[in-house]
Design a protein around this ligand. Sequence first.
Ligand SMILES: Nc1ncnc2c1ncn2[C@@H]1O[C@H](COP(=O)(O)OP(=O)(O)O)[C@@H](O)[C@H]1O
Ligand SMILES: [Mg+2]
Length: 252
Amino acid sequence: MPTSSAEPPVLDVRSLAAGYTTPVVQDINLDLRPGQVVAVVGPNGAGKTTLLKAIAGVVRIFTGQVRLRGVDVTGAPLEHLARLGVGYVPQLDDVFDSLRVRENLEMGGYLLSRRERATRMEQVLEVFPPLRERLNRYVETLSGGERKMTAIARVLMLNPPVLLLDEPTASLSTELTAAVLREQVRALADLGHAVLLVEQKAMAALEVADWAAIMVSGRVVVSAAARQVLETPRMREIFLGASAEEELASGS
Ligand SMILES: Nc1ncnc2c1ncn2[C@@H]1O[C@H](COP(=O)(O)OP(=O)(O)O)[C@@H](O)[C@H]1O
Ligand SMILES: [Mg+2]
């Protein structure tokens, strides 16, 4: 789906400060439009997960706003956001290991009628064809990649216009990382979803992203077109530093 910056954001974050007993992320501003991947990258501990959790209503918000189609949903519980069309795939605990793939997908479609659920499962399996043969497998027997696919597929059951993905490639090899980001994450945006992608693998994420927000110590220090960051070695050096160089050296 073509995107244009004139299109209003489906999700926007304004001057957000959030965290635990004290704020961990501060002064966060983000716009997410349909068909876009916005990558939030930065070193371990930068506050990327906390930011997603703040949007998902699971950590404390100190100031600022989260809006969905212009409507204030700041601090709204995840259950409420799910009904409004936000799908959140956390970094951990994203799937039920002791259940079959099919059962995970059915649970993901809990708001649908039995009939809608069956139809939607077919559509989701078209997005993730390898899951079709694994529908009756227990998730604990799957590979890391298949498991993550199941986690994303579960959230896709409600066809959420907005997807929040926290390190979907965390357990994957360099080759699988590139494939998941290109063939799954980018593909979801191309289907019209708005994807907020948190990744520690910055270079790989920027390859599939439209926009990049680089976080350091709880703040967004660069907000720019992903291509611009990729094409400016100096920006990579300063803001992504050693992690980007390691990633490049490892061939990702
Ligand atoms: N439950 C928590 N309570 C207090 N501080 C936390 C908690 N979880 C994370 N933090 C702190 O928040 C900061 C950012 O962590 P996190 O959002 O997980 O970063 P990232 O996802 O970028 O690696 C870290 O300093 C971390 O120690
Ligand atoms: Mg994290």
